[in-house]
Design a protein around this ligand. Structure first.
Ligand SMILES: Cc1cc2nc3c(=O)[nH]c(=O)nc-3n(C[C@H](O)[C@H](O)[C@H](O)COP(=O)(O)OP(=O)(O)OC[C@H]3O[C@@H](n4cnc5c(N)ncnc54)[C@H](O)[C@@H]3O)c2cc1C
Length: 442
């Protein structure tokens, strides 16, 4: 039932997105443009308008509205945002290029100091858009710090869209049409409303529900579990496998927020836990966090959870800290008394670094329905279990022969995910039963 509903919602958002993207063109069917501009100018304007509408809708896509992200998962929404922005970029660039090819006179508009304001807006908007795309596509190659990138991304996006809109209104050709003016006002409201929601309203909502760090528990594998207790509110319930954006020791208006999967029982509201591996500036500070430190959570988010699907058994495949959502699934199902079979296949470099090793041993003894297969790259002497990497042969030995009714949840490093997904495809596991959580959104 839930699955059916989520499909309908998913299709609704896609249809609405398509409709709004094409609305600048569709509206011309209701109210044709004033005549007098030749085909090429109209053609070029169409590219500009559709590109601009696409850009404006990006604000809604990235505002972490749960209703929009729920059917697909926020990582898919952000991937889509990444690709669709590049399409919008190409359409917007096509707009002046077509004009320049059509009539060289338009090249004079590039003379920044002599050109009218509406053209100046277009030039600055295009430069901001180029910077936006370059810094996003090549962020890692440019070695741009994540927070610096995030602030600059917001500035470039607002500049590109705000001045793009100012350019369209400045040209004032189509926008004199009441339907068009109405449409662009609506799109502007969606864009800037989303911005106000994510930058002002959401942090304010988070401030109403603070948490305090109760303990910081060291884990194997250079990771720490942060246990948080709600302060003056009931806490949150989440579906195991979901995640939240964490703000620690600062206001939720601060730009620094990091996503982490919950590693605790999703049905328990009096406390939540996040297990965090030290990989960079923020995560390396977790071990020094003192009990009592203030924290805020934006969540739960994500579609990586068995709660959203029907199944008769689960295969959970993780490496390293990718085990956190799996651990949450295991403890939640154990507490619920859910006895459907679960098989965890868990890869680590060494036996010493297996996060939740003792907890998994305990769960394995308690739950008949659970089987755990450790795969250790460099196993200790006398190791009798699986070693090396998770590959097709290993999976063939461990996944159920009967493919029907089983769901596969994968979480880990990017290369690991790509290899396991490929192996599962080769083993003829239908793609619709494979769910993947990526820990690197950008
Ligand atoms: C859905 C999801 C769930 C995650 N769950 C866990 C988990 O349970 N345990 C865990 O240890 N890690 C998890 N991560 C990864 C974790 O968010 C990053 O390791 C952490 O943000 C790195 O921050 P840093 O400043 O220490 O490292 P940095 O060296 O600054 O960043 C390393 C990389 O992490 C990513 N990153 C950094 N900051 C952010 C941010 N604010 N938002 C998004 N990505 C960022 C970037 O790709 C960056 O290149 C998850 C990530 C996602 C997207």
């Amino acid at each position: 039932m839930f699955q059916k509903k989520i499909w309908v919602v998913g299709i609704f958002w896609i249809a609405l997105h398509l409709l709004l993207t094409l609305s600048p063109l569709l509206i011309l069917l209701i109210q044709p443009a004033p005549s007098g501009r030749g085909f090429w100018i109209e053609f070029s304007a169409a590219f500009g308008y559709v590109g601009l509408a696409m850009m404006m809708l990006q604000f809604a896509l990235t505002a972490r509205f749960d209703a929009i992200a729920a059917p697909y998962g926020i990582d898919i929404v952000l991937q889509y945002h990444r690709y669709i922005t590049q399409v919008a970029f190409a359409l917007i660039l096509a707009h002046p290029i077509i004009l320049f090819f059509h009539d060289r006179q338009y090249l004079q508009a590039l003379n920044f100091f002599a050109t009218p304001w509406r053209a100046k807006f277009a030039i600055i908007s295009t430069i901001a858009l180029i910077l936006l795309v370059v810094t996003s596509v090549w962020r890692q190659k440019l070695k741009l710090n994540y927070e610096v990138w995030r602030v600059s991304h917001g500035i470039f996006a607002v500049t590109a869209v705000g001045l793009g809109l100012a350019h369209a209104f400045g040209v004032n050709y189509y926008l004199v049409l009441p339907w068009k003016a109405l449409l662009w006002t609506l799109l502007a409201l969606v864009a800037f409303g989303s911005l106000i929601y994510v930058r002002l309203l959401k942090p304010w909502l988070m401030m109403q529900k603070p948490y305090r760090v109760e303990t910081v528990v060291p884990q194997r594998g250079n990771a720490w579990t942060l246990v948080l207790r709600p302060q003056g509110h009931e806490g949150i319930r989440f579906s195991p496998g979901q995640f939240a954006w964490l703000t620690l020791d600062r206001s939720p208006y601060h730009i620094q927020q990091h996503p982490f999967s919950f590693s605790s029982n999703g049905d328990r509201t009096d406390q939540v836990a996040l297990t965090i591996k030290a990989v960079g500036d923020f995560t390396n500070k977790i071990k020094h966090i003192q009990p009592g430190t203030k924290a805020f959570l934006d969540g739960p988010h994500g579609a990586f959870t068995p709660d959203h699907f029907s199944f008769s058994g689960l295969v959970l495949i993780a490496n390293g800290v990718g085990v956190t959502p799996m651990f949450s699934i295991l403890v939640t199902f154990a507490q619920r008394g859910d006895r459907r079979p679960i098989h965890l296949i868990y890869a680590n470099a060494s036996w010493e670094n297996v996060a939740f090793r003792e907890e998994l041993e305990y769960l394995n003894k308690q739950l008949e329905s659970l089987s755990v297969t450790h795969v250790i790259k460099k196993p200790p002497e006398n190791w009798v279990g699986e070693s090396g990497y998770i590959n097709q042969d290993l999976l063939a030995r461990h996944i159920p022969r009967d493919r029907e009714g089983w769901r596969y949840f994968l979480c880990g490093s990017p290369r690991f995910l790509a290899e396991v997904e490929k192996a599962l495809h080769e083993l003829e596991v239908p793609a619709k039963y494979i769910h993947i959580e990526h820990f690197n959104l950008v």
